[in-house]
Design a protein around this ligand. Structure first.
Ligand code: DP6
Length: 332
């Protein structure tokens, strides 16, 4: 059976060359058609294709440099992490794929500029930025699709964060997963806004990785998910081509709710919502009843991400206090 090291090893030179330091940025992304479930846990291959929009300048900056302490060091937002901490462990084992058995202690310094209040997942931008920084540090000069494959092996959603704008992560079919990577969708949507509704920023009890596994193992409803996702993906592509905002928003919301239905049908149940999440959903539905085209999506957590057009920004900021607005296509 193929391992991640086998895949990365195909692209490494016999002797790694490295410089003084390298850094890279990758944006965070929000899925409009969600990735939920793996068909291969080792290589991180998904059950379904997904589609997201990257969040422009909001994401992770990662710097890599040789460590003078003789040990690996992992920093997150300026704080040194114990190497047994979950994120640090994942980072070190990802870096090991590249340096293999070469003794090369490194410092990996990641800073997220995602508003901490937004409760956005940082593993997508974190692993994408780490992959880009490793590509530079070791002068590998890899193609974007290969970088996306590597980022995917760190965290599935990171495969999409290699690109800006709308991105489809094609599930692929090959056993080695080389056809399971992000592809940019050349659609520009300048008035699209994403509003981050903060319900809670606390650590979630069950992370996405274990949540999706529990769903596959225990939720009978999961059987309907691949077809739902495939249909939604088609609808999203059509909405992007025709710039039909309502179709885009409705499909994204329906997709998120369908994913949450499979989570709720798991055992023990996975309910990521808080009472305030439901209150915010009801507010969105009331606003729609009143003629304001606003939709939401949610990941494996209690926070909502609103989708709306720029002309409604002021109204929505008044309705949702503390709304953090991101414009993925704004030119500044
Ligand atoms: C609900 O990419 O964090 O946000 O591949 O196990 O690292 P791993 O999972 P991750 O899962 C993200 C799930 C999601 C939906 C999405 O972003 O598509």
């Amino acid at each position: 059976m193929l391992t991640k090291a086998d895949i990365v090893g195909r692209y490494l030179p016999n002797h790694l060359v490295f410089g003084e330091q390298a850094e890279a940025f990758a944006p965070s992304n929000i899925a409009l058609c969600k990735y939920w479930g793996k068909r291969d846990k080792v290589l991180n291959l998904p059950v379904n294709s997904s589609l997201s929009v990257s969040l422009a300048h909001l994401g992770s900056h990662t710097q890599i440099r040789p460590s003078s302490s003789g040990k690996d060091e992992v920093f997150l937002n300026g704080k040194s992490l114990p190497l047994e901490q979950a994120f640090a462990k994942k980072v070190v084992s990802f870096v090991d794929l590249f340096r293999r058995d070469q003794v090369l202690p490194l410092v990996v310094d990641t800073r997220n500029n995602i508003p901490t209040a937004a409760g956005l997942a940082s593993s997508a931008s974190g692993f994408a930025a780490l992959t880009l920084a490793l590509n530079r540090f070791f002068s590998l000069d890899l193609e974007d699709t290969v970088l996306s494959v590597f980022a995917r092996m760190g965290s599935g959603s990171a495969s999409r964060s290699i690109y800006s704008g709308f991105v489809e992560w094609q599930m692929g079919q090959q056993a080695d997963g080389m056809d399971s990577h992000g592809i940019p969708i050349p659609v520009f949507w300048p008035d699209l806004c994403i509003g981050l509704v903060k319900v809670s920023t606390g650590q979630k009890a069950v992370d996405s990785r274990s949540g999706m596994q529990r769903t596959i193992d225990t939720a009978h409803l999961y059987g309907s998910w691949p077809a739902q996702a495939a249909g939604d993906l088609e609808k999203l592509h059509a909405a992007l081509q025709s710039q039909d905002f309502e179709a885009l928003g409705a499909t994204a919301e329906h997709n998120a709710m369908s994913m949450h239905a499979t989570m709720i049908a798991s055992w023990p149940p996975l309910v990521y919502w808080k009472p305030e999440s439901l209150m915010a959903m009801q507010k969105v539905w009331q606003l729609r009843e009143a003629g304001i085209p606003v939709y939401f999506t949610m990941d494996a957590g209690p926070n909502l991400k609103l989708l709306f057009q720029q002309k409604h920004q002021a109204l929505l900021e008044a309705e949702f206090s503390g709304l953090e607005v991101v414009t993925p296509f704004a030119v500044d």
